[in-house]
Design a protein around this ligand. Structure first.
Ligand code: ADP
Length: 481
């Protein structure tokens, strides 16, 4: 059974089209018919006006009485005579003259005809008549003249117009419905092609795209949007694949080390001290594994949106100082100088712990990749109504071609060097996630005198107003400042 809600767009469009066409045509036909009818009646009335004029010309006064002068040539069998009539009545309601066919009409009085000129339609003798009644003066005497014409011919013509309109109506609606169906089919055909194309693109063939014959029309724009979606899907699939491969690779390394240590320990009998040392190394690798798995878990929770944030107003300068003091020992080991320059009162509304981790990871990298005895600058300020935290180091810097991928998971510029320093390639990915979820942006650029500058931009909490910058220098190792 036909159900509107499950019908195809093509069927629904055609149905709407037919319905609209039906209503429009009905209105059009009714209006046309009314206009034609009005025009016919007007024509009849014009003829009656002429009839009245010629009737008035035939009236004369003879011996103080109004008389009708008959034309000698008049033929009583004339066809037109039966279709038209003339009458003259006295104001008292006496008939002065009635033409032959006028006998079919009812007497003019008592309805009267003195009220002025008026057109009427009346039924008499099984026919309909159009009449014009008007008082007129004949030599100072008032009489009432009524001229009439049968409406038969006009009605026959109107009937013909009606027949044409009524018979043509379903024909036009059916033709319009057919045309509508063909149009809807043609208009929707590209969508069928699109669907067939899209069905072809599976997870294994995500590099394929829908063809866009005309990118300006609606279908073209739809195809472009679907293509964009495919492109994003492909990128996500690719990222996921790389992530899985990298994660497995990352987990394999400590596992192989543990296995290696275990095999070496079992290979020959060793002293208790050597066993202890082997176990210590194994535990170190286990720690590495545990922290890696923890980080991966946190990232996947972050991706799934399962990390609950508690945003609160945080003084970004204080937070930066706090992070610096917790990492200063690492810097001291490398005789690095951490200079903190903070505009006081830079308040942001963020999750303190999450942003703290982002700053920690970036500062940790600056310490890790900065050379021994170098300087690290931590600045907190306000720029263009945003809180900006920069961490600049004097390390090797980030080549421009890597800047986009720097925040990708497991991305490392120099695999060996980073791994030697205990890096897993996840620090900046975590930092990016942490800043992103707090509505900020993190980026890396080249420092003015070498090294790299990491910039974290966060929206200000609404009540922030900046004071003067305050500079503090963290004590570096061996008292260097
Ligand atoms: P990792 O744990 O390996 O340090 P990150 O995600 O923190 O991982 O960093 C990714 C890579 O970006 C690092 O391996 C390193 O090559 C590069 N990198 C990060 N910070 C710096 C920096 N301050 N100077 C130079 N290179 C950096």
């Amino acid at each position: 059974m036909f159900r509107w809600s499950t019908a195809s767009i093509r069927t629904r469009l055609t149905s709407w089209y037919v319905l609209a066409m039906f209503v429009l045509l009905a209105v059009y036909a009714a209006t046309t018919f009314a206009a034609v009818r009005h025009e016919f009646v007007e024509q009849l009335d014009d003829q009656l006006d002429d009839d009245l004029e010629s009737a008035e010309r035939r009236l004369a006064l003879s011996d103080g009485r109004v008389i009708w002068m008959t034309e000698t040539s008049q033929d009583p069998d004339d066809d037109t005579d039966r279709d038209q009539s003339q009458e003259v009545w006295s104001p008292a309601g006496e008939s002065i003259y009635r033409s032959l066919s006028a006998s079919a009409l009812p007497a003019l009085f008592p309805d009267g005809g003195m009220s002025g000129r008026r057109h009427d339609s009346i039924a008499a003798g099984g026919r309909r008549w159009r009449t014009l009644t008007a008082p007129t003066l004949v030599g100072g005497r008032t009489v009432v003249v009524r001229v009439a014409r049968a409406e038969d011919r006009m009605r026959a013509e109107l009937r013909e117009v009606l027949v044409v309109l009524v018979l043509g109506f379903p024909l036009v609606v059916v033709l319009a419905g057919f045309g509508g169906y063909v149009l809807a089919r043609r208009a929707l055909e590209p969508i069928d092609h699109l669907a067939a194309d899209a069905r072809r693109i599976t997870a294994e063939r995500l590099h394929e795209r829908l063809s866009v014959p005309n990118d300006r029309d609606e279908i073209g724009r739809l195809a472009a949007v679907i293509n964009d979606t495919f492109a994003r899907l492909e990128a996500s699939f690719e990222q996921l694949r790389r992530f899985t491969a990298d994660a497995s690779h990352e987990l394999r390394t400590p596992l192989s080390v543990i296995r290696g240590i275990g095999e070496a320990g079992l290979g020959e009998t060793r002293t208790p001290a050597e066993y202890k040392e082997a176990m210590g190394s194994m535990l170190e690798e286990v720690d590495r594994l545990t922290s890696l798995v923890d980080t991966l878990l946190r990232l996947s929770h972050g991706d799934a949106g399962r990390v609950r944030l508690s945003p609160e107003p945080v003084d970004l300068g204080e937070l930066a100082r706090d992070v610096v003091s917790s990492l200063v020992l690492l810097a001291e080991e490398r005789r690095q100088r951490v200079v903190v320059e903070v505009t006081s009162g830079v308040r942001v509304k963020v999750d303190r712990l999450v942003i703290r981790e982002a700053i920690t990871n970036v500062l940790d990298n600056a310490i890790k990749y900065g050379p021994d005895g170098s300087r690290i600058d931590v600045r907190v300020t306000i720029m263009s109504d945003e809180a900006v935290l920069t961490i600049a180091d004097e390390g090797p810097g980030i080549p421009p071609e890597y800047r986009d991928r720097l925040f990708d998971r497991f991305f490392r510029i120099d695999d060996g060097r980073s791994r030697d320093r205990g890096g897993s390639g996840l620090g900046l990915a975590i930092a990016k996630w942490a800043v992103d979820v707090n509505a900020g942006q993190v980026s890396a650029e080249a420092g003015t005198s070498g090294g790299s500058v990491f910039r974290i931009v966060l929206p200000l909490a609404s009540t922030t107003k900046a004071d003067r910058p305050i500079q503090t220098v963290q004590p570096a190792a061996r008292g260097e400042l």
